[in-house]
Write a new protein. Structure first.
Ligand code: SF4
Ligand code: SF4
Ligand code: SF4
Ligand code: FES
Length: 946
């Protein structure tokens, strides 16, 4: 626990019935089901406690919280006693004090008496309770049950010192109830019992995923962040938002001076309710890593050493180069890329700079390569480019279908929430080529794992639709009332065709027809069926078709417009939703309004004081093609690493080399910066203010906790560049940028920093119709009016296996690393994942004479790379899998330039490859190594030339 938040001892009751009782003579009115302990805390009466904490169900083991109930017998534990109308409670009297002192004596007799030198001193509940019960001396001889236990320092972020353990089991329960990993066990009885990772393993050898929930729950210094041990207790705290994934967890940055001591998940966070994963909780050290570049740098050519210069010189050089290029090659020869890692305000400014300052619409974002099909597919069918629910909705789902997503790795805190619902009895359908953790995890087992072949999603969704339509499972009332009937008729006839039956598509998908039929019935007949999907849906040549197929299925079964259902894209990066909302796509202004729409354009022209282009600009892949054609010469990239994250990177690298001015604004000399001519130091989320919008459309505050190491927040740098380009910007705080966004974007009309400060976070649309935001979309009607069905013909990808490339490579993420890894690789998270490996099925490995750990060459039509093999039956025969967190792995050397027909989202998930045992790195890897060495050498010379 942390001294910065109040602990009510037990969770709040959700009941809307109220009961009134009297506690120590004071009246308390609370929801029925509230514990006496919680009720007392709510009126400021703190009952001593040890085993209770309000993030966990009450356990009733320590007996410290005893109270007296008038007319009752004995002394019940207040944490397990529910309030009842008319109850009269006494929390303090001589008898209770004596019992509590006795209990505390027993605890203290088996606890080291080193409070003054203990790292928890001042933030230890045992110490507090000893004081609270007035314990002055201990009459018993020290007990040695725990005192000699050995410390486990194996986890890089926290230590486990069992000599201080009071066996309250809060950690065990946190691991079970909150995280759902069940990594800890409690062995033995009473005071002799011991807590440890299962089978007495060290933490690092156990199932533990380092989420920190046990550390958070521990009332003593037994489980303790190493950063607190090293630097001391934090002194103040600021609530902000995690900058890693699209869950958007709320955290308290707990500080000493301007140093972050620890990040503690905020109980009031509406996306995470006090839970965290290893990245947000512990992996923040990159912000002050020695690799940070904090001085602006320029150079004429990428063969030249970098030169450190003043901000003024760097900005002037960047602006003059962009102007020179536009003068020589035309207005459209420059563009920019916004970042889903940056705040809404920063993203808004970058697209504004490009549209108003550069005078074209050549702006795109990394959402191009992840969720652009979501934007397209959901806009076409529902009328809005976003997920339909909040995360808490999953707690009301009866059947959960997860398609092409791996929540426990990609969206861990939401994964834990989903597991909690599954443990309560919701049924699970997983559609994924690979056996993700969710398929079988403690107390959770998928009812159906549809282990389809990569690239066959659309055939599968059509087969599911076929069953719904032909077995009378359509929610006719919903369709009649809420959907466009002509489009429904066409879709119905289409999916009903025999060629779309599970039996006919079995040959394509590889999923047994009976399994598909059973899954379709389960989903369609659920009271509440919810679909969650990820990049395994979107990153295909038919990504948009599949999103539409999912929307069709949800509409046909009436699973939209209320809590517990919906179509929920699990957005990858922290602000990928926001970067799309903020007008990062070349064809859309903020709020998804097309640039050709005259009224919208006039609105922005009036506000921005310029004439705007009505033609959509270049998408990222078009920018690369144009660079190689010689018509695109200058690029401003804020917070993106396109030279690692985009597909077919040899093509990307060639395009970057062909440009005359690449401006990179980032924390580190990332892969793209190796091709840059101007480097502008970026600021981490700890160094700036703004907002992020998570996968639930939730706009959450990012609050500055330390000064930007480079001197400026990212939005300020964009503003400097705009002014130097001759387009004036004069914001003095990001709240002014949000005010402008709200003024120009109907779905953000009611958003302001004031509102966010008041309510914590808000889900858009937030406007006059929904001043408190919108947890569930399309409740009365779809945003477009009637829900529109669309025919989703399955078209086989062009990426085919053959004798030369017989296996399909698919890619994904792992819990401990994040995307291109620029941040997580610079933290102790490498202890879990220090390299990308190629997962291969034992049969495929045996055929090729490959053993676990062997170096294997992976060759596609685009290129070749070398990784170490990991033999596992998580992947099916014929499929290999890797992550892409390390640039030297070159996963994107092999991915091809195939892309989604509607949005150009790359087909990362399907690459035909051959795999063979090799003894040395690939030619590309050797070239990469030499180029990196050269660029690091040129970086080393930067300060020499300053
Ligand atoms: S860190 Fe998380 S996963 Fe590991 S033991 Fe603690 S609660 Fe369980
Ligand atoms: S490690 Fe901490 S939370 Fe776990 S039983 Fe011991 S004192 Fe309680
Ligand atoms: S789940 Fe996502 S947002 Fe939450 S702590 Fe982990 S990385 Fe951060
Ligand atoms: S706090 Fe109630 S029994 Fe431990």
């Amino acid at each position: 626990m942390s001294k910065f938040e109040k602990d009510f001892g037990t969770p709040a009751s959700p009941s809307d019935q109220l009961v009134t009782l009297e506690i120590d003579g004071f009246k308390a009115t609370v929801p029925a089901g509230t514990s006496v302990m919680h009720a007392a805390a709510s009126i400021g009466i703190e009952i001593p406690k040890l085993c209770a904490t309000d993030s966990l169900e009450p356990f009733g083991s320590c007996r410290l919280c005893l109270v007296q109930v008038e007319g009752g017998r004995g002394y019940p534990a207040s944490c397990t006693t529910p309030c009842a109308d008319g109850m009269k409670i006494t929390t303090q009297n001589a008898k209770l004090a004596e019992v509590r002192r006795g209990i505390m004596e027993l605890y203290i007799s088996d606890h080291p008496l080193d409070c003054l030198t203990c790292s928890s001193n001042g933030d230890c509940e045992l110490q507090d309770m000893a004081g609270a019960v007035g314990l002055r001396e201990v009459r018993y001889e020290p007990v040695k049950t725990h005192l000699n236990a050995e410390k486990d320092d194996s986890n890089p972020y926290f230590s486990f010192d069992p000599s201080k353990c009071i066996v309250c089991s809060r950690c065990v329960r946190a691991c079970e109830e909150t995280q759902g990993t069940f990594a800890l066990t409690l062995d033995g009885r009473g005071f002799d019992s011991k807590v440890s990772p299962s089978q007495n393993q060290a933490f690092m050898d156990s199932e533990c995923v380092s989420c920190g929930a046990c550390v958070q729950a521990c009332p003593t210094a037994t489980l303790m962040e190493k950063s607190v041990i090293e630097h001391g207790q934090p002194e103040h705290a600021v609530v902000t938002t995690c900058a890693y994934c699209g869950v958007g967890c709320s955290f308290r940055a707990e500080m000493r001076g301007d140093q972050v001591i620890r990040m503690v998940p905020d109980k009031d966070g509406k996306a995470n309710h006090g839970h965290s994963c290893v990245k947000g909780r512990f992996a923040f050290g990159y912000a002050t890593h020695k690799d940070r570049i904090t001085k602006p740098m320029i150079r004429k050519s990428i063969k030249d050493p970098w030169q450190e210069v003043s901000w003024e010189e760097a900005i002037d050089y960047a602006a003059s180069e962009l102007k020179r290029i536009q003068g020589s090659y035309g207005k459209d020869s420059v563009g920019g890329i916004t970042s889903s890692r940056c705040t809404n305000e920063e993203t808004y400014l970058v697209q504004k700079l490009i549209r108003a300052g550069f005078g074209n619409n050549n702006v795109d974002t990394c959402a191009r390569v992840c969720h652009s099909p979501t934007g397209y597919g959901l806009k076409q069918t529902f009328g809005e480019s976003s997920g339909t629910q909040n995360f808490d909705s999953v707690m009301h789902a009866d059947v959960i279908m997860v398609i092409g997503a791996n929540p426990t790795d990609g969206h861990p805190v939401f994964g834990s929430q989903m597991k909690k619902r599954l443990r309560q009895g919701a049924r699970l359908i997983v559609a994924d080529p690979r056996e993700i953790d969710l398929v079988k995890t403690p107390h959770v087992k998928a009812s159906h794992h549809l282990k389809l072949r990569p690239s066959t999603n659309v055939a599968l969704i059509n087969a599911l639709g076929h069953v719904v339509v032909t077995e009378g499972l359509v929610d006719e009332a919903f369709v009649q009332e809420r959907c466009d009937l002509v489009s429904f008729g066409k879709w119905k006839d289409f999916v009903a065709e025999q060629r779309n039956s599970p039996e006919a598509s079995e040959e394509i998908t590889g999923v047994p027809a009976a399994e598909v039929r059973a899954a379709a019935r389960l989903y369609a007949q659920a009271r509440n069926g919810a679909i969650y999907y990820g990049l395994g849906v979107t990153e295909h040549s038919q990504g948009s078709t599949m999103v539409i197929g999912i929307a069709n299925l949800a509409m046909a079964t009436g699973n939209l417009g209320r809590i517990g259902v919906g179509v929920n894209p699990l957005r990858g990066q922290n602000n990928v939703q926001g970067s799309c909302d903020m007008g990062s796509f070349p064809h859309e202004f903020p709020g998804y309004r097309h640039v050709s729409d005259t009224a919208t354009r006039q609105l922005f022209e009036l506000n921005w004081g310029v004439t705007l282009d009505s033609e959509p600009g270049l998408r990222i892949p078009n920018m690369f093609d144009a660079a190689l054609d010689g018509s695109f010469k200058g690029l401003y990239v804020e917070g993106e690493d396109i030279a690692q994250s985009d597909p077919d990177i040899q093509h990307v690298h060639a395009a970057l080399r062909a440009m005359e001015c690449v401006i990179v604004q980032d924390l580190f000399l990332n892969e793209t910066a190796k091709f840059a001519h101007v480097f502008l130091p970026g600021s981490s989320f700890l160094e700036k203010s703004g907002t992020f919008t998570n996968a639930e459309r939730r706009i959450s505050p990012v609050r500055q906790v330390m000064a930007p190491l480079g001197g400026y927040q990212d939005w300020q740098v964009t503003q400097l560049l705009a002014n130097a380009m001759g387009y004036p910007m004069n914001y003095s705080h990001p709240s002014e940028i949000m005010d402008e966004i709200a003024r120009l974007t109907p779905s953000f009309a009611g958003v302001s920093y004031e509102k966010i400060d008041q309510v914590g976070s808000v889900q858009w649309p937030c406007n006059d119709e929904a001043p408190e935001g919108t947890p569930t979309m399309h409740e009365q009607e779809f945003l477009r009016g009637k829900g529109r069905f669309m025919v989703t013909e399955y078209v086989q990808t062009q990426e085919r296996t053959n004798r030369q490339f017989p296996l399909i490579l698919t890619t994904g993420r792992i819990l401990s690393q994040y995307n291109v890894g620029a941040q997580t690789r610079r933290t102790d998270n490498v202890a879990w994942h220090a390299e990308d490996r190629l997962e291969i099925h034992p049969h495929d490995a045996e055929d090729r004479g490959i053993k676990d750990g062997d170096w294997v060459g992976i060759k596609s039509r685009a290129g070749e790379t070398v990784l170490r093999a990991l033999i596992t039956d998580r992947v099916q025969p014929g499929v290999v899998y890797t992550t892409f967190h390390f640039p030297e792995s070159g996963a994107n050397v092999i991915t091809t330039d195939n892309s989604d027909w509607a949005t150009n989202c790359p087909e990362y998930k399907v690459t035909a490859v051959q795999v063979a045992k090799v003894s040395q790195s690939s030619e590309w890897q050797r070239r990469y190594h030499d180029f990196t060495e050269e660029q690091l050498h040129l970086l080393d010379q930067a300060s020499l030339h300053s």
